[in-house]
Design a protein around this ligand. Structure first.
Ligand SMILES: O=C(O)CCC(=O)C(=O)O
Length: 277
């Protein structure tokens, strides 16, 4: 059964993103939130404890291969969503991290992240091959909670918009003057998938609760310079896929805890341990 309707596909084409509700069971969302607290070694009930190492400004948490993260990656509903966007089930999953963005706190302004809008791709190199990114909301996320935000529709008119910009513009960060930035409010279990040409990011968290999310993307094998062997090695070593670009965790928490991941037959294919044929 498809998870996206024709209207969802039309929304994706027009606005550059689409939301799948109830993408994963609540118990699996909570398991990731619990894993984040364990990894951070913080007291969830004590906001004074949320602004210190290993956390850094911006909310990114360098946790990559916890079994709770893999449970969502190999959840059939999530795979189905990406399959419909790519028009093939033969996909690999990204080894992405998670987010716990604490609210702004007057006593911890070094952790006050204003949010951002960017592209992960280099927009001076258009046209670029189709690619998507995704984020799974782990808790209900209100407008002021620093969740996903984007400039709807800019992916369709990017080349024209670029012509209006100075030649020395930042090709990864748009000047958002005159652009509409939309905050995507979401429920726990919402999976937002967006076209990589969509300018996007996350916002400032001015609520009084953290923002929790898991980044998940899927792509046909061979899309990136990332071999099956590399993937298996990174999985075994519990490392990020691109450890030159992503800092990883200097404490080696995941390596020290070595939690076994039970891959399903779908999970083995999404990792690359088994082939799709
Ligand atoms: O935190 C988010 O929702 C967006 C993250 C982001 O900008 C990215 O994954 O490139």
């Amino acid at each position: 059964m498809p998870v996206f309707s024709p209207a969802d596909h039309a929304h994706f084409a027009e606005h550059g993103y689409v939301v799948l509700h109830d993408a994963a069971p609540k118990s699996q969302l909570k398991a990731v939130v619990d894993a984040i607290w364990d990894f951070l070694g913080m007291d969830p009930h004590d906001p004074e404890d949320w602004y210190r190492e290993p956390h850094r400004k911006g909310g990114m948490v360098e946790l990559y291969h916890h079994p709770a993260l893999w449970a969502n990656r190999q959840h059939p509903h999530i795979h189905q969503a990406f399959s419909e966007i790519w028009n093939t089930e033969k996909l690999w999953v990204s080894f992405d991290r998670v987010s716990m963005k604490p609210p702004t706190h007057p006593g911890h302004l070094d952790y006050d992240d204003p949010g951002f809008i960017h592209w992960d791709c280099d927009t001076s190199k258009l046209p670029l091959p189709f690619a998507v990114q995704g984020v799974l909301y782990l808790t209900d996320t209100a407008e002021d909670q620093g969740g996903f935000q984007c400039v709807p529709g800019i992916h369709r008119r990017l080349e024209e918009w670029i012509k209006t910009q100075p030649p020395d513009r930042n090709t990864h960060r748009p000047d958002i003057t005159g652009l509409e930035v939309k905050k995507i409010v979401g429920k726990a279990g919402d999976l937002v998938i967006w076209d990589s040409l969509l300018a996007h990011g996350n916002g400032r968290n001015t609520s009084n609760v953290p923002r929790f999310a898991q980044y998940i993307s899927m792509f046909p094998p061979g899309t990136w310079e990332h071999s099956r062997e590399q993937r298996l090695e990174e999985f075994e070593a519990r490392r990020p896929w691109n450890h030159e670009a992503f800092p990883g965790d200097p404490r080696g928490w995941e390596q020290a805890h070595a939690m076994p991941v039970n891959l399903t037959s779908l999970g083995r294919k999404l990792l690359g341990a088994d082939t799709w044929e």
